[in-house]
Design a protein around this ligand. Structure first.
Ligand SMILES: Cc1cc2nc3c(=O)[nH]c(=O)nc-3n(C[C@H](O)[C@H](O)[C@H](O)COP(=O)(O)OP(=O)(O)OC[C@H]3O[C@@H](n4cnc5c(N)ncnc54)[C@H](O)[C@@H]3O)c2cc1C
Length: 637
C-alpha cells in the first residue's frame, strides 16, 4: 500500500485555502441525500456532528455514555490554544505552527500543523458565539495564560473546566440539530465493527449497552472520533470508558495505525498511592504558570517541605531550563521528574513525587488571585489527598495522559479505508511525538468544526457510491463476528477478572513501554503481552449475560482489544531506534539526557498494516518533509 498524504501544493500559508477551493462541493440541496455516521461525542465528534448536520447532511451519532455530554473531553482542565495575540506578546500563526512542530520533536506533518494554527482563531470565535464563558481580563478581552513549550500566553481557559465549558457549547450546537431532526442520537451504543463494502466504509455494527442487542447502521461515510487509548496502561488520567476498540477494529479492517508508541506522560498528576486504584488524577499544566517545581537537594531528605530551607531546595526545571523554567513541555518535565526520583530525591511516602509549590505565588499575588485561577483544582487536590495546597506544596508525579498515535489519516483526515475519516485524539494527529498542552482541544475542534465539513464534501462529491442498506451481507457477517466474540468471552468462565488482566497488562506497559524504554525491555514486553493475552482467552471470568447492562462484558471486549493493540505499541517502539518526544529509548539520549533523534533514518510516520491474527504487522513509512521549519535538537534552555 502506498501512503499518500495528499498534501496540497503551493506555499504552506496558502495550502488550505487552495485545497478548499479545489475540493469538489456537494450542492446544498443534495447534502440531505447523504447519511454520515459519527462515532463519538467528545469535542471532535460533537463538533463534527453539529457542523455536518448544519450543512444539511443526515447524521447518525453514537456514543458509549448515556449522554453526549459525558464524553471524556469534559475532563479537560487547563485550556485551549489559539494564535489571537490578544496579549501583544508577538504571537502569530507562524509562531503557534513553529512551537507545535518543535514541541512535537519534528515528527508531525508540517502542512497539517500549519492549518491547525490557522483555524485556531476561528475556534475561539465559534466558541464565544456559542456562549462559552472564557475567562476575561480587566478590559473585557478574553484572558490568556501560558502552557508548556511556548514563550507567549496563548491559552484560553474557563477556570480549570475548559473542556466542560467547550463541550457544553458543542453539545448545545448538537442538541439544536437533534431537535431539527438532522442528527439522530444513539447513546449507550458501542461500535464493535466497521463495515466495509467494495473497499469503502459503509457502516458500523454497534452493541446496545442496555439491551445487549447488536444493531447495524449504514451510511455513505463513517467518521470515528473515539478518543485516545491511554487506558492501555490501566492507570491513566483518561476517563474509565476511554478505549481503543473502535480504532483497533477499523485497523483490523484495513486502516493503518500510525505511531502507536507515541504516548504522552503528563508531569503533574497526583501520584499513585495504592494497588487498589483504578484511576489517576491530573493536576492541570496551567498550575505551572504559578507553581514552582522542586525537590530537596540532598537525596533521602525526609523532612517535611516547610522544614527544608531555600538553599537546600533544587528548583531543577528553573535551573536547568532558564528560558522556559517550569513551563518546559510535558515530555521534558516528566523525564526530569523521573530523573530526580531515580536519584533518590523523590518526596512523600513512595518517594515517587516532586513538589509543586504555590507559596511564592500566594505571597506575591495573594490567596484570592490564586483561588480565582485554580480554585477548583486546589479543592480537587485537597479532596483526594487531604492536604491543603494553599498551605503545603502539592506532590505530583508523571502519569499517562494522552496518545499522539492513532489511525493514520491524510490531509483530508481520511484513513487508508475510503470513506473512513478519523478526528480528534483518535487520529495520529498533528502533535508528532509530543503534544503541547492545550493543543488537543484545539485539534479536536479544528477537525470537527473546520476541517471535516469541507473534506467530507470533497469525498462525497467525488466518489461513486452504490446504494448500500444494512441488509447487505457485509453487515450480517460483521454482526456475526461480533456476536461470536461476545459468546466466547461469556463462555470462558475462568478464574481471573477482566480488571486483573488489565492491571497486569498496564504494569507491563508502564515498566517497559512507559516513560523510558529500551530494546531488551520492549522485547521482553512483547512476550509478556502474548502470554497475558493467551491466558486471558482461557481464564477470564465475565459474569452476567449479554441480554442486560453488563459492564464486565463491555470491559472484557475493550481489554481484549488492548491486549492485541499493546503488542503493536511495543513493536512500533522497538522499530523506532531513536528517541523523540514522549518516545524515550534510553539507548538514544544526549549527554544531558535529552531525547536524541535520528533524522536521517527516522524522520517519518510509522504506519502499521494489520495482516491477520497472530501475524506480524506490516510496516509502512510516510516520510516527513520539512520545508518551513529547520530540524534541530530541541532546546528549552
Ligand atoms: C484529565 C485531562 C485533562 C485534559 N485537559 C486538557 C486541556 O486542558 N487542554 C487540552 O487541549 N487537552 C486536554 N486534555 C486532552 C483532551 O481532553 C482530549 O485529547 C480530547 O478531549 C479528546 O477529545 P475527542 O473528541 O477526540 O475524544 P473523547 O472526548 O475522548 O470522546 C470520545 C467519544 O467516543 C466515544 N466512543 C469511544 N469508543 C467508542 C465506541 N467503540 N463506540 C461508540 N462510541 C465510542 C465516547 O463515548 C466519547 O463520546 C486533557 C485530557 C485529560 C485526560
Amino acid at each position: 500500500m502506498q501512503l499518500d498524504a495528499k498534501i496540497p501544493g503551493g506555499p504552506i500559508t496558502e495550502k488550505w485555502d487552495r485545497h478548499r477551493f479545489e475540493l469538489k462541493l456537494v450542492n446544498p440541496a443534495n447534502k440531505r441525500k447523504f447519511t454520515v455516521i459519527v462515532v463519538g461525542t467528545g469535542l471532535a465528534g460533537g463538533a463534527a456532528s453539529a457542523s455536518l448536520a448544519e450543512l444539511g447532511y443526515d447524521v447518525k451519532t453514537f456514543c458509549i455514555q448515556d449522554s453526549p455530554r459525558r464524553a471524556h473531553s469534559i475532563a479537560a482542565q487547563g485550556g485551549i490554544n489559539a494564535a489571537k495575540n490578544y496579549t501583544n506578546e508577538g504571537d502569530s500563526i507562524w509562531r503557534l505552527f513553529y512551537d507545535t512542530v518543535k514541541g512535537g520533536d519534528f515528527r508531525a506533518r508540517e502542512a497539517n500543523v500549519y492549518r491547525l494554527a490557522q483555524v485556531s482563531n476561528n475556534i475561539i470565535d465559534q466558541c464565544v458565539a456559542q456562549g462559552v464563558p472564557f475567562a476575561r481580563d480587566y478590559g473585557g478581552l478574553l484572558a490568556n495564560r501560558s502552557f508548556g513549550g511556548a514563550q507567549v500566553s496563548r491559552t484560553f481557559y474557563a477556570r480549570g473546566q475548559t473542556g466542560q465549558q467547550l463541550l457544553l457549547g458543542c453539545y448545545s450546537a448538537l442538541s439544536r440539530q437533534v431537535a431539527a431532526g438532522k442528527v439522530t442520537m444513539f447513546p449507550r451504543r458501542e461500535m464493535l465493527e466497521l463495515v466495509v463494502v467494495d473497499g469503502q466504509a459503509r457502516g458500523i455494527v454497534v452493541r446496545n449497552l442496555v439491551t445487549g442487542e447488536l444493531e447495524s447502521h449504514a451510511a455513505h461515510a463513517v467518521v470515528l472520533a473515539t478518543g485516545g487509548y491511554g487506558n492501555v496502561f490501566f492507570l491513566s488520567t483518561n476517563a474509565m470508558a476511554s478505549n481503543v476498540t473502535a480504532a483497533y477494529r477499523a485497523h483490523r479492517q484495513g486502516a493503518l495505525f500510525a505511531n502507536p508508541c507515541f504516548t504522552q506522560i503528563h508531569p503533574t498528576c497526583i501520584p499513585v498511592h495504592g494497588t487498589y486504584q483504578s484511576k489517576l488524577t491530573l493536576m492541570s499544566e496551567s498550575l505551572r504558570n504559578d507553581g514552582r517545581v522542586w525537590v530537596p537537594k540532598n537525596p533521602q531528605d525526609s523532612r517535611p517541605p516547610h522544614e527544608i530551607p531555600e538553599n537546600e531546595r533544587d528548583y531543577y526545571l528553573e535551573n536547568k531550563y532558564p528560558s522556559f523554567g517550569n513551563l518546559v513541555p510535558r515530555d521534558v518535565a516528566s523525564r526530569n521528574a523521573k530523573e530526580q526520583c531515580d536519584a533518590g530525591k523523590g518526596v512523600g511516602d513512595t518517594q515517587l513525587a516532586v513538589y509543586l509549590d504555590f507559596a511564592d505565588a500566594i505571597k506575591r499575588d495573594g490567596r484570592d488571585v490564586i483561588e480565582r485561577k485554580y480554585g477548583n483544582l486546589f479543592a480537587m487536590y485537597e479532596k483526594i489527598t487531604a492536604d491543603d495546597p494553599y498551605k503545603t506544596p502539592m506532590m505530583i508525579y508523571p502519569a499517562v495522559h494522552y496518545t499522539m498515535g492513532g489511525l493514520w489519516v491524510d490531509y483530508n483526515l481520511m484513513s487508508t479505508i475510503d470513506g473512513l475519516f478519523v478526528l480528534g485524539e483518535a487520529n495520529f494527529s498533528d502533535h508528532g511525538a509530543n503534544r503541547l498542552g492545550a493543543s488537543a482541544l484545539m485539534q479536536g475542534l479544528a477537525d470537527g468544526y473546520f476541517v471535516i465539513p469541507y473534506t467530507i464534501g470533497g469525498y462525497l462529491a467525488g466518489t461513486s457510491l452504490n446504494d448500500v442498506e444494512n441488509s447487505h451481507p457485509a453487515f450480517s457477517e460483521a454482526a456475526g463476528g461480533a456476536q461470536n466474540r461476545i459468546d466466547r468471552l461469556l463462555g470462558i468462565n475462568g478464574k481471573r477478572t477482566v480488571d486483573d488482566f488489565h492491571k497486569e497488562l498496564g504494569r507491563v506497559m508502564w515498566d517497559y513501554c512507559g516513560m523510558a524504554r529500551n530494546n531488551a525491555g520492549l522485547e521482553k514486553a512483547r512476550g509478556l503481552i502474548q502470554s497475558i493475552r493467551s491466558e486471558f482467552w482461557e481464564n477470564v471470568t465475565v459474569p452476567g449475560s449479554n441480554g442486560d447492562f453488563n459492564q464486565s462484558l463491555e470491559r472484557a471486549g475493550r481489554v481484549a482489544d488492548f491486549l492485541e493493540f499493546a503488542e503493536l505499541m511495543v513493536i512500533d517502539a522497538r522499530e523506532r531506534q531513536e528517541s523523540c518526544g514522549g518516545h524515550f529509548n534510553e539507548d538514544f539520549q544526549t549527554e544531558e539526557n535529552e531525547a536524541l533523534r535520528d533524522d536521517e533514518n527516522y524522520c517519518h510516520v510509522a504506519a502499521w498494516e494489520y495482516t491477520g491474527e497472530g501475524q506480524a504487522p506490516k510496516f509502512q513509512k510516510e516520510p516527513l518533509e520539512f520545508e518551513n521549519v529547520q530540524l534541530a535538537q530541541r532546546s528549552y534552555k
